[in-house]
Structure formats: C-alpha cells, structure tokens
Design a protein around this ligand. Structure first.
Ligand code: ZN
Length: 336
C-alpha cells in the first residue's frame, strides 16, 4: 500500500525543507515515531521535490510519477531505498556492500557506499533511505557506520524506524534524530475515507490506529479487532484453546513468527492500561470497547502480573521460536 499524498507533519516538513535550502541539514538523519504515520513518505518527499519539474512534489509531472505506484522503484536517479528482505526480514550486509537482493541478484547499479560517493545529478542531492532501520543486523549496521558518520558532500542518509531502541547505539549517535508525532485523528481518518473506509468503522479504526495509517489495509484492521476480542474473552476467563487463534502467528506471513506476537501483546498492554483507567474513574482509550472492559475492571483483578508478563515476553520476542507456549503463559496471568 502506498499513498500518494503526504498527510500532516506540516511543521517538520517545512523545517526540513528550509534547512535543506539553506544547506543546514546533517548528512545522516534518523526519523523516529510510531509505526504507520508517514515518516517514510516525508523522506521520499525530499527526494521527489528535486526530481519534480515544478520543484514542489506536485504529484502530476513525469518526475513525480517516478515516485508513485504500487511498486516504488528501489533505485531512482537521486534515491536508493534499502528495505528488509528475505524470510528473516533483515537488512543484510551484501545488500549494503554489493547492492544485491535476497536472491543475490543486483538490485542497485552498485553497492550502497559506492553509490553514495557518486556526484549527485544536477541540482539534486543523493538520498539513501533505510526503511525499517531497526532491521539492520550487526554486520550491515557496522558497514554503514563509517559512511553515516561523514557522508560524501551532497549525500544524505535517512534512517526510518518506529523502534530506535533496537538500533546499534553507535548508529543512533551518528544521526540527527527527527521525531514525528502521531497524526491528528481527523488527518488519519481523512486518508481512511480516501481509501474506501466507511463511517461504521470510524470509531474503532481511529481508536486502534492511534493516529497512524497502519490499519489502512482491511485485513490487518480486522485481525487487530479480532485480537482485541480474543483478549477480552481471555480476560473474562474463557478457555485459551477456543479463543487464542487470532493471537497466534500466521504460518504464511513474511514477518518472523516471534515478531508477529508484537501486535497482540501490545494490544493487551493497552487493554490492561484501560482497565486501570476505568478503575481510577477515567475514560478508557479504547473507548469503543468500553462496555466489554467495564465489568472486567474489578478491584480484585491483578493488573501488575500480566503487565510484567507482557513486558517480559516483548523483551524476548526477537529470539522467540515457540509463540504458543509464550502466549499461553501470558494468558495464565490474566485469570488469577
Ligand atoms: Zn511534480
């Protein structure tokens, strides 16, 4: 899914553009903020603007058209896009060093460091966009380090991530951090409407997305909804075997099994926080599920044990190979 227009982030975009025009932008930037709020799109806009015939990222001209469509190219005259590949979903060293794809075929005309050192096309910079930068592994991260520290003149790295804590500390310290805030609910829903969403889903879509566009895809949204329902059932003491299905990883998915547990576990943390809010007389953040949550917020319920279990499980996700026992263990803490 690839949206054409940039939504929101007005102040950040204006500031970046101004600094670029005045030559006050660092060689390596780290865009951080929640998943699915358009950080990558803002990075692309900087490159698109330079190839745009009107220099505005108008979205209409031949230059802009190169940045559009379902399959955005990995290499453009002023841009390289590096994304995680293969079953493990990591950014590998040969992607960086030789510019290969997961089948060892050339993806770029040359390796990334070499590409970065070429003279930029006229009136352009060279942009190297590292998407989901937390998926750089130690060796690919280390090979980037030297170049990140001092990219050749006119070359800019933009690392985009919603999990900066998972990046090598040495990489973080070499980049200037540009934080992004979630979109306003109204901004996010405007995009949803443009993508065919209906008013009937408005409240739940906005509550689950928290100012992001990560549930623009209907399958992803329905799955998150089913996960909330599953946790509510488990919180109400229903049997794990009957209700856990939507929480378990899909065998066919590209995302590694352990990583697929991140979303349901984070949803449970949000539900537990809402139970604490209700108990304190406040409104729950997941307001559309208020009625199901209220009877579960009894004073006897222990919220600390499940919170601790979820946090512990999240810490071990990158290495976790058996999702079901891990979920079962978390679910056990819900019925104390
Ligand atoms: Zn244009």
């Amino acid at each position: 899914m690839y949206s054409l227009d940039v939504v929101g982030h007005q102040a950040t975009r204006e500031r970046l553009l101004l600094r670029l025009q005045e030559g006050r932008i660092r060689g390596s930037l780290l865009f951080t903020g929640p998943e699915g709020i358009g950080k990558r799109r803002v990075a692309l806009e900087l490159a698109q603007r330079e190839l745009c015939f009107r220099r505005t990222a108008c979205g209409q001209c031949e230059g802009c058209r190169m940045f559009q469509g379902e399959d955005l190219p990995f290499e453009l005259p002023n841009l390289l896009r590096i994304t995680p590949e293969g079953k493990a979903g990591v950014i590998r060293i040969d992607q960086i060093r030789e510019g290969l794809d997961s089948n060892n075929q050339p993806r770029f005309s040359r390796g990334v460091i070499e590409w970065a050192a070429l003279a930029p096309p006229m009136a352009c910079h060279r942009w190297i966009l590292v998407e989901e930068a937390h998926r750089l592994n130690e060796s690919s991260g280390n090979i980037l380090l030297k170049t990140l520290e001092e990219p050749p003149p006119g070359t800019h790295f933009i690392l985009v991530t919603h999990r900066p804590e998972a990046l090598l500390q040495t990489i973080r310290s070499r980049c200037e951090r540009i934080p992004f805030a979630p979109l306003a609910p109204r901004e996010a829903w405007t995009v949803a409407l443009r993508n065919g969403w209906q008013e009937a889903d408005h409240e739940r879509w906005s509550a689950l997305g928290e100012g992001s566009l990560r549930f623009l895809d209907e399958v992803a949204f329905r799955r998150a909804e089913a996960q909330v329902e599953a946790w509510l059932a488990l919180l109400a003491g229903r049997p794990f075997t009957e209700w856990a299905a939507p929480l378990l990883p899909e065998k066919e998915a590209v995302l590694a099994q352990g990583e697929q547990l991140r979303q349901p576990l984070e949803l449970l943390l949000r539900l537990l926080a809402d139970l604490a809010r209700i108990r304190a007389g406040e409104a729950p953040a997941l307001a559309p599920w208020r009625e199901a949550l209220a009877p579960l917020a009894t004073p006897q319920r222990d919220l600390k044990a499940p919170q601790a279990a979820v946090l512990e499980a999240l810490r071990h996700l990158p290495r976790n190979l058996s999702p079901e026992p891990l979920l079962r263990e978390v679910a056990l803490t819900l019925v104390s």
